[in-house]
Ligand binder design. Sequence first.
Ligand SMILES: CC(C)(COP(=O)(O)OP(=O)(O)OC[C@H]1O[C@@H](n2cnc3c(N)ncnc32)[C@H](O)[C@@H]1OP(=O)(O)O)[C@@H](O)C(=O)NCCC(=O)NCCS
Length: 173
Amino acid sequence: MHIELAPATLNDIEALTALARRIWQATYSQIISQDQIDYMLAQRYSLPRLREELTQPTIWWDLVRVDGQLAGFASCLLLTESREMKLDKLYVDPHWQRQGLGERLLAAVIAHARAADCQTLILAVNKRNAQAIAAYRKHGFVVRDSVCVDIGGGFVMDDYLMARPVTMNEAQG
Ligand SMILES: CC(C)(COP(=O)(O)OP(=O)(O)OC[C@H]1O[C@@H](n2cnc3c(N)ncnc32)[C@H](O)[C@@H]1OP(=O)(O)O)[C@@H](O)C(=O)NCCC(=O)NCCS
């Protein structure tokens, strides 16, 4: 199989949002309500929001394709004050999970973090998302905090905050 990573462009938005919905349904149906899934997808993957993010100099979106088909994506953003990179999204098509695509996307995020001179990569993950937590642990993240954030609409995000050094011996992970 041919794996290719590339930055996302405005032309990718439609395929990206369709893939996001598919992965969210598969992942979060057991974890949060359908109303919350719809609310969060509308918040995070709206056309104006994605258009804006794709033109921001402190936000990076990367796609992974397998044999030309979109199979996953990641986005990260630079927290300028703390000089940390936040891994904001890491999503792989269920069909392609556990084949190293998440690791490939994470490597792209780490490259952005290094280029931006960040020492730490952070993320938030739902406490009940055991699969993602296992993946993050495998790739060197440890739990740094536990938070419950009001996101409006009567919903909360009940998350762990995880962190890893940008530069680490991969054997540690
Ligand atoms: C998290 C995610 C991006 C990882 O992508 P991936 O391509 O599967 O990642 P990799 O192949 O690089 O690493 C997979 C590792 O994660 C862990 N893992 C993944 N799925 C797992 C599961 N069902 N049970 C236990 N461990 C699991 C394992 O350590 C696995 O390594 P292994 O296959 O060698 O045992 C992917 O699982 C995903 O898209 N999940 C749904 C969306 C999501 O929850 N995203 C995170 C939002 S915060």
